[in-house]
Design a protein around this ligand. Sequence first.
Ligand SMILES: Cc1ncc(COP(=O)(O)O)c(C=O)c1O
Length: 406
Amino acid sequence: MPKPSARSVAAPASPIRRLYPLAVEAKKRGKKVYHLNIGQPDIPTPEAFMRGVREAKVEVLDYAPSPGIPEAIEAVVRYYGECGLQVTKEEVLITIGGSEGITFALTIACDPGDQVLVPQPFYPNYLGYARLTNVEIVPITTSRADGFHLPPRQEIEALISPRTKAILFSHPGNPTGVVYTRKELEMIVELALKRDLFIISDEVYREFVYDGTHTSLLSFPEVRDRVILVDSISKRLSACGARVGALVSHNRDVMAAAMKCATIRLSAPTFEQLGLVAFMADPDHQKVVQEMIGEYHRRRDLFCSLLREIPGITFRVPEGAFYVMMGLPVEDAEAFIRWMLTDYPGTETVMLAPGAGFYVTPGLGKDEARAAYVLKEESLRRACAVLADGLSQFSRLPAAQAAERG
Ligand SMILES: Cc1ncc(COP(=O)(O)O)c(C=O)c1O
């Protein structure tokens, strides 16, 4: 019988979804599960967007133009203008979510066997896309103690080889919540210039910044031709199911290659592009996003204050996105997370994402877990109470039993 290819077999299953069947089983047993494991915003998608989808005048649902519907591209250009970033229509490609933008960016920046530097812990799907495109991720290890900020330049430079073609990162960071300072970004820019690298900047959380300011990589004129920006409306418009994003670059060759990739996959979803057009036409659209960010800011503050009360949990307050990568007072965070889903007594439980899945280096992140504070205030309070109780009960299990449960 023919076998699936080695690269498809090597593609990792998402660690965020891997334990999902245990949550389904727990729910079948009547448990309420607080999902802190997945970055799926719970805030209603803006009404203007939904109206645009509902009222779209579409008689034949044909292929949209490969680069995107012209009005959607114009809406994206306008959006960047509002962010203080000047881009032209030719420099924007509408993609099927940020996910497609990442695959296109890796495909354009790298040939099979090339390397890309990625600060770890990182968004796990980067590893999936890298495996599927036969690109090797070389991790730049960052630590919880430093708030996951970048190590000194020499440490990063030492990782660069003749096969290194790009540096890829999410900014603000998933799972770390890190927002890089201007100095850190300048260091990346200098390295890219000196060592001839592309910078793949994944800015899908651009507005989700609570401390400091976000500087887009598109704003550095020195690397105009090196930056490939990945963007998405999934988080910003609480529209993960829309599957609409953008790839942006001032580099003409990059855009020509991106357009070829776009032609191969034909088109991005029509209705959701029209939803975006309607959203951008709403005079209140900026206010709508700002209100949502305000809600996440309050949740971040509340969630961090609740976590501080839980004995043994260690973390640095994240500056952005909507995640906290925390150290748990257990040897094996995944064993604890499984136990919470299979054996924790009572009517409620909490699901976290095991930290190890956010690292490519074996052994790292074993005592860490990522929480996404995408729940309403009352649920965050309950989730933290359950988490505190779960940790306390787990710590009293005989070691052998805890390991076996895991
Ligand atoms: C850092 C980062 N980049 C990209 C994506 C993918 O987003 P999309 O839904 O637009 O494909 C996500 C989704 O969680 C993410 O966290």
